[in-house]
Design a protein around this ligand. Sequence first.
Ligand code: HEC
Ligand code: HEC
Ligand code: HEC
Length: 275
Amino acid sequence: MSRHSSSFLKRIYAVIGIVLLVWSSYLVYILVMHIWHQHGEEVENMAISEEEKLFKEMMKDKKEVTYNLGYKVIKQEDIEKHFHHIGDPVMHDSINICIKCHGDIPHDKNKAIRAFLNMHSDFFACETCHVRVDNKKFIWYNKTTGKEVDNFEISVFLNNIPQKLIPLLEVDGKFERLDSDSKRNFVDEFRKMLPTLSPDKKSQGLKIIHKNVSKNPVKCDECHAPSLSQSYLPLLEIGYKERRVNQILSNEVVGMVEKYKEFYIPNFLMPGQTK
Ligand code: HEC
Ligand code: HEC
Ligand code: HEC
């Protein structure tokens, strides 16, 4: 082999060597960045609080749906912010029995409608939808004193009001409040004794507390029905002015509410879902 060709070969080896070196450095770089990045994410996740996580979740499924009701535009995202996650302007109801355990903004499972359900929970007691009554008698009570509010007239959208609507239950011909003193005492006692109760007693107590709770809560289109006589709520009797009644029954709200029909298969009928 001539001197010339051997030095040519050396150059080729050198070039191949450099290429291999660059390529392996590149591989090492990719690997290091990959591991480093993963580690970084882990550290970040550990450092954030529950609330921040919730906020991140919220931003993830952030949706901006607007509903034009003709006289008013509702942004679903706004409603979610207010009533679902941050819950800022919801006035605490210290009277309602259910709220003692479930809190003021209890709906979480059904993402499509939870914001609406929580919004309604600001002016309706849980029992308004969760306890079905035949004799449609309702009263408004004050969220801090519990006292009945007489002659409540409603002509504007109810937002963060001090009153709530609750049905009365007919017992032996008499109308009783579902949140009677005896029921409130029972719930308070039960909650106090809870840590000492056997699983049997616990479920017995919960059964008593949920005795009137229907498996089939009142649905959107039962209230936002095509006509007043078809509506579950006697809207005029509970204080709504005729103009407001027409808005509540209006085509726009009813149309919007129709979209949510498919969600009303009670959870316990769906295999694989919670109760
Ligand atoms: C003492 C605390 C307590 C009170 C008071 C209470 N609940 Fe509950 N509620 C629970 C618990 C705990 C469960 C879950 C029961 C289970 O897992 O079997 C539950 C379950 C429910 C469910 C079913 C949830 C699901 O995922 O299907 C509904 C609806 C409900 N409660 C509504 C109400 C209403 C309405 C009231 C007021 C009349 C009320 N609760 C009062 C503790 C309470
Ligand atoms: C406007 C009617 C309405 C009001 C008011 C209301 N609920 Fe509900 N609630 C429903 C409906 C409808 C469902 C079933 C949602 C679905 O399709 O999964 C439900 C579901 C629930 C569930 C089960 C699952 C979940 O996480 O969403 C609980 C617990 C519950 N409600 C408790 C309450 C409590 C406590 C209150 C009072 C603070 C209340 N509800 C007020 C209509 C209402
Ligand atoms: C128990 C009866 C009842 C149920 C159930 C109910 N609503 Fe309502 N809804 C009302 C009433 C009454 C108002 C008016 C509140 C007020 O006075 O501001 C209202 C207000 C509204 C508004 C605002 C309309 C306006 O004029 O400002 C929307 C939107 C709405 N409901 C949608 C829904 C959806 C969606 C559901 C089901 C998840 C639902 N509603 C379930 C009774 C009900």
